[in-house]
Design a protein around this ligand. Structure first.
Ligand code: OGA
Ligand code: MN
Length: 202
């Protein structure tokens, strides 16, 4: 694989996933790259192209803004605005396969916009009847985020004790095991943009 900024982090991410179940990488993408993705997300929002996110699967699938308040849109490989993010995620997928022999075959990713006051209650990203999602990633797309803005990703590490709060700072990537890491999105006082992605084994 060619030298790639994403892949430079794969060894450290792999080690942290194996040992702790989660990790955070700051400045995963250059500022210009994540700002362009933030612009794309805002364009979709302005065009009404983000849809309220659902919870559950099959017949149980439904909307409940009290549980989950984000609006989303899947990234498309043939959209020039989306391709750089998908390439970076695929480079990381290749790096994690190399490090951990995970057999990750596919990447899926969506833009997510949480309006002020919205959150996502404590959950896991793997469905009871579908274990295809192995690694969860969230790339944040927000300028100048501070503690007072709220909106942390709260991670409940598998080893138990105190939860860890991760602020959604632009360029920051949160990575965790989809199977066993519970997490929630705390309500923010301002618009909160991200790309959530999953590395899948199907
Ligand atoms: C999700 C999720 C976390 C975040 O989309 O499943 O948990 O910090 N997102 O946006
Ligand atoms: Mn989640």
């Amino acid at each position: 694989m060619p030298a790639d900024s994403a892949d430079a982090h794969a060894a450290r991410i792999a080690a942290a996933l194996a040992a702790d179940g989660w990790c955070v990488v700051d400045d995963w993408l250059p500022d210009a790259a994540w700002r362009a993705l933030a612009d794309a997300c805002r364009r979709h929002a302005a065009a009404g192209a983000l849809a309220p996110a659902a919870i559950g699967r099959g017949a149980a699938r439904h909307h409940d803004p009290a549980v989950r308040g984000d609006h989303t849109r899947w990234l498309q490989a043939d959209d020039p605005a989306d391709a750089p993010a998908l390439h970076a995620l695929d480079a990381l997928r290749a790096g994690l396969n190399h490090e951990l022999f995970l057999g990750l075959r596919r990447t899926e990713a969506h833009y997510a916009r949480y309006p002020p006051g919205a959150g996502y209650a404590r959950h896991r990203d793997r469905f009871r009847d579908d274990d295809a999602r192995v690694v969860s990633l969230v790339l944040y797309l927000n300028e100048a985020w501070s503690d007072a803005d709220g909106g942390a990703l709260r991670i409940f590490a598998p080893d138990g004790d105190t939860p860890h709060d991760v602020l959604p700072i632009g360029g920051r990537l949160a990575v965790f095991r989809a199977a066993d890491v519970e997490h929630e999105v705390r309500a923010a006082r301002r618009e909160r943009l991200s790309i959530a992605a999953w590395l899948r084994r199907d």
